[in-house]
Write a protein that binds this ligand. Structure first.
Ligand SMILES: O=C(O)CCC(=O)C(=O)O
Length: 179
């Protein structure tokens, strides 16, 4: 992150059962969030081996922006930024050869780190094993609170009542780990 401080933002467990056909569609993470700023990082930490076919893929360089329209994964609905307010994603999956897509097969002990604006996606899971991933997100020096008029994903109920827009994320929900 190039940051002197590190705050925990949030974490979640991502489980794909054997035979999952549903893709995780291409998206950036930050437009779903309540933060502005560039010093951030996500760690995607599988606890099972993940094949190249089922791994998280990235469009190299896309962390430079722009912010692109966040949509619901299941029905492509604009639930966050209003329709038309951000540029839509290009059809990456339909024209993969036009994009610098990178991804790696992963063994337990490996993990990938990426910026919250990096476009990423993952296929389903073939074979008999679950694909379990611990995913954890960190914030650096320049990150500021950006309260939204909609429910962010994840949601932090009540945060906007105590933390003004533009403030550092100085709240017990985001403990300072370094600094
Ligand atoms: O694990 C996946 O399929 C998707 C992960 C993802 O989108 C994320 O960690 O931001």
């Amino acid at each position: 992150m190039g940051s002197n401080t590190v705050r925990l933002y949030h974490d979640h467990l991502l489980v794909k059962e054997p035979g999952t056909r549903q893709r995780t569609p291409w998206h950036q993470d930050q437009p779903y969030y309540n933060i502005e700023g560039e010093q951030n990082v996500s760690m995607w930490i599988p606890v099972d081996p993940v094949s190249r076919a089922a791994t998280l893929e990235f469009v190299a360089g896309s962390h430079k922006g722009p912010w692109l329209m966040p949509r619901t994964f299941m029905d492509n609905h604009a639930r966050w930024f209003p329709e038309g307010s951000l540029q839509d994603l290009p059809d990456i999956e339909g024209a993969r050869e036009r994009f610098p897509i990178v991804g790696w097969n992963i063994e337990p002990g490996d993990f990938v780190c990426f910026h919250m604006l990096t476009l990423h996606a993952a296929a389903g899971v073939e074979g008999p094993n679950r694909r379990r991933v611990f995913s954890v997100r960190f914030l650096g020096d320049d990150i500021r609170h950006a309260p939204r008029s909609w429910k962010t994903s994840p949601d932090f109920p009540g945060l906007a009542d105590t933390l003004p827009a533009g403030a550092p994320m100085d709240d017990a929900r985001f403990p300072l780990l370094v600094g």
